[in-house]
Design a protein around this ligand. Structure first.
Ligand code: FGO
Length: 419
């Protein structure tokens, strides 16, 4: 297990450096064994480092709430999490609390399974307004922004230096730099996952919008242009599609650039054997960063959970979003601080002094957008849009064909024809 020194900031032993030490997960387990009310917190963090931060946060909360406890339980990845929650609805077994994307909230609301957070004492004060608004449906807050991410530009400073290239500030410069370095090193410099997540920052930066006049539109001319951009660079061997695994776990010295979630920051930092650069996204014009996709999740509370567990969940949400806890959680993970006041804390200031790159998370968060909050969006983004992107990048269909097909499939799904 990797050692994460700063976890100690939550007052918990960093991580197991020998078998005799207690990990944050062990600590939480011991606390919950003694508690009379256990609020399960289902999450989609697969990675040990992220699980450690989550468990350390829960352990710190549990310490000050004798008799009650929050128990994080991993369900696999985000997709597994929503699948298990949906199965839990049918089986009548839900946790007190879970992570949820905005579209998951819409879906869980259709099943009438969510609790109005303010009614159980959640106070969303000093939270990023846009995040709060996105988790508010018909004026009611159902999700507490917890681990919301934006995307950043990760790059290889050594490679840029070697080829005398400047850090690209615009999409045009980015495209040219990627082309030049790829040609010079005879290997693709821009690495990307052919996914809806990576497609989005280019689509959004070019001015794209998935919802036009209240209607879902996956095949707009801008969408075709954005997908064509990936296809052209791939064909020219300037871009390398990474079709399995995270980019951050495959870095080598031909890696030039990636546009990836801020939650990847600790992983890129750990893995890079070159000088890693982190910046805001290249923009449509100079001086304005590109538009990132907002990902990561909110915390929701299920209405079928016993009231005593709901009360613990509400307390935990207020605890997690306190400025200091928000600052520690964000700096350890790369997520956008949930509290606007996090930046004023000593923990945040100390971290940013040693890691000035982190400020880009705050800067980029002002230039970022959400995917549609449709209850069917998870199915659309993975099974339809992303499937089309992958087919096009694999050279099986053109950008227009892929997106026209995706549009038709999405319309069929939304009209109930293929549900
Ligand atoms: C991930 C997924 C959705 C939805 C977006 C949706 C469902 C995307 C994208 C599909 O919290 P974020 O920013 O980052 C993830 C976090 C937890 O796993 O850590 C990131 N990570 C983990 C290990 C690692 O080595 N590197 C690394 O970056 C991980 O990406 O969320 C971004 C990636 C995806 O999961 O493949 O959000 N996403 N919208 N998933 N189910 N539904 O609507």
């Amino acid at each position: 297990m990797k050692k994460i020194a700063i976890l100690g900031a939550f007052g918990v032993v960093a991580a197991a450096t020998s078998w005799a030490q207690q990990t944050p997960a062990d600590l939480v387990k011991a606390q919950c064994a003694k508690a009379s009310t256990v609020a399960e917190f289902w999450h989609g963090f697969r990675d040990a480092a992220q699980q450690n931060v989550l468990n350390a946060l829960a352990a710190e909360f549990n310490k000050t709430n004798q008799g009650t406890c929050v128990l994080p339980i991993g369900q696999g990845g985000y997709g597994d999490l929503s699948t298990k929650i949906k199965a839990g609805f049918a089986a009548g077994k839900v946790p007190a609390m879970a992570q949820a994307f905005e579209n998951n909230i819409a879906l869980y609301l259709e099943a009438d399974k969510l609790t109005d957070l303010k009614s159980i004492g959640v106070r969303p004060q000093y939270l990023q307004k846009r995040f709060v608004d996105a988790a508010t449906f018909k004026g009611v807050l159902y999700g507490m922004p917890f681990n919301k991410s934006i995307q950043l530009m990760y790059f290889n400073k050594d490679l840029l230096k070697k080829y005398n290239a400047k850090v690209p500030a615009t999409l045009e410069e980015f495209t040219q730099t990627v082309r030049d370095i790829s040609k010079a090193q005879n290997a693709p410099a821009f690495w990307f996952q052919p996914t809806a997540s990576t497609f989005a920052p280019i689509f959004l930066t070019l001015g794209g919008d998935y919802e036009v006049g209240g209607k879902l539109q996956l095949n707009s001319p801008i969408a075709v242009r954005a997908l064509q951009w990936f296809l052209d660079l791939t064909k020219e061997k300037a871009a390398r599609p990474i079709t399995s695994g995270f980019i951050n776990s495959q870095l080598n010295d031909t890696f030039g650039f990636a546009l990836d979630t801020s939650a990847g920051m600790p992983f890129y930092k750990n893995a890079a054997k070159f000088n890693l650069g982190i910046n805001t996204l290249p923009g449509a014009k100079r001086g304005v960063p590109g538009t990132a996709l907002i990902q990561g999740t909110n915390l929701v509370v299920f209405s079928d959970a016993p009231k005593a567990q709901q009360a613990v969940a509400a307390k935990f949400m207020n605890f997690a979003t306190q400025p200091r806890n928000s600052a520690i959680f964000a700096t350890q993970t790369g997520y956008v601080p949930s509290s606007d006041l996090a930046q004023e804390t000593a923990e945040y200031k100390t971290f940013v002094k040693a890691n000035p790159d982190f400020d880009n998370v705050i800067k980029q968060a002002r230039f970022a957008d959400f995917e549609p909050r449709l209850s069917d969006w998870e199915a659309i983004r993975f099974n339809i849009l992303e499937a089309g992107i992958k087919e096009a990048v694999a050279g099986k269909v053109s950008a227009k064909e892929a997106l026209d097909k995706a549009q038709k499939q999405a319309e069929d799904l939304l009209s109930g024809r293929t549900k």
